[in-house]
Design a protein around this ligand. Sequence first.
Ligand SMILES: NC(=O)c1ccc[n+]([C@@H]2O[C@H](COP(=O)([O-])OP(=O)(O)OC[C@H]3O[C@@H](n4cnc5c(N)ncnc54)[C@H](OP(=O)(O)O)[C@@H]3O)[C@@H](O)[C@H]2O)c1
Length: 267
Amino acid sequence: MARYGFIGCGNMGGAIARALCQKAEPGEVLLCNRTPQKAEALAKELGCRAGDNERAAKACTYLFLAVKPHMMEGMLQPLRPILAARQDRFVLVSMAAGISMARLREMAGGDYPVVRIMPNTAALVGESMTLLCCAGVERGEIDSLLEALSASGRFDEVEEGLLDAGGCVSGCGPAFAYVYLEALADGAVACGVPRPKARQYAAQALLGAAKMALESGEHTAALKDGVCSPGGSTIEGVQALEEGGLRAAAMRAVRAAYDKTLLLGRK
Ligand SMILES: NC(=O)c1ccc[n+]([C@@H]2O[C@H](COP(=O)([O-])OP(=O)(O)OC[C@H]3O[C@@H](n4cnc5c(N)ncnc54)[C@H](OP(=O)(O)O)[C@@H]3O)[C@@H](O)[C@H]2O)c1
């Protein structure tokens, strides 16, 4: 019997399914997708099974809901009687931005145990920062879920009120970082560095800086000061970033994502 079911095997559902299959028995994982070929191809690659939403809703203990927020209601509607008929215990695991646990229960048609996770696609390389909150779920069920997902990266359990706001930096953050990374690489190319090297240097610089920020215990301002020699080149670059409004743009990016997330929840 499938223990873990995925409804939606796109960018995020697929990344979480890949991480899960590193810890769980692939035979316990059932993948479902609107375009079935996508689930079938991933199932073949990971050694798990592909099926349809009804089968997952009938049988899986942890049912991952990985469709776009505006598709959640339409996807759950036909599954309501199936979920209502279940006699065993199961947990809905939603990764949809903006949809509260209360709203999700309404859409699913019952006060089922529910977990919201807000991961990011770096789960593919074991570096997601995943925020989560839950309702009606036993501690043992959460621990077992976290263990199964442990190959995806770090976790932080938060109050639901923080999930969407935090998710706008942890979930959306990789896209913001890619834009910055690409711009840094473009700058290096403009200075004559070949493109593949420019990309590698920029990516490793961001990776190293992120590791320092996470592991050194130092404030990022102090870390930045440590790179800027008096009268040196780095501080010239920092001034260019400030003149270009990088800080304000980064803050606006997170706030714009949050505003949009709140709208998604209202639909
Ligand atoms: N992408 C991220 O970085 C990220 C981060 C955090 C949270 N999330 C959340 O993750 C969820 C999925 O986002 P995504 O980026 O993975 O989107 P996506 O790449 O578009 O994947 C969504 C998948 O759901 C499938 N689908 C749609 N309706 C379905 C249905 N009724 N039954 C079964 N499968 C169905 C789609 O199938 P088709 O192949 O037919 O289109 C598609 O493969 C969203 O709720 C989003 O808020 C995403």
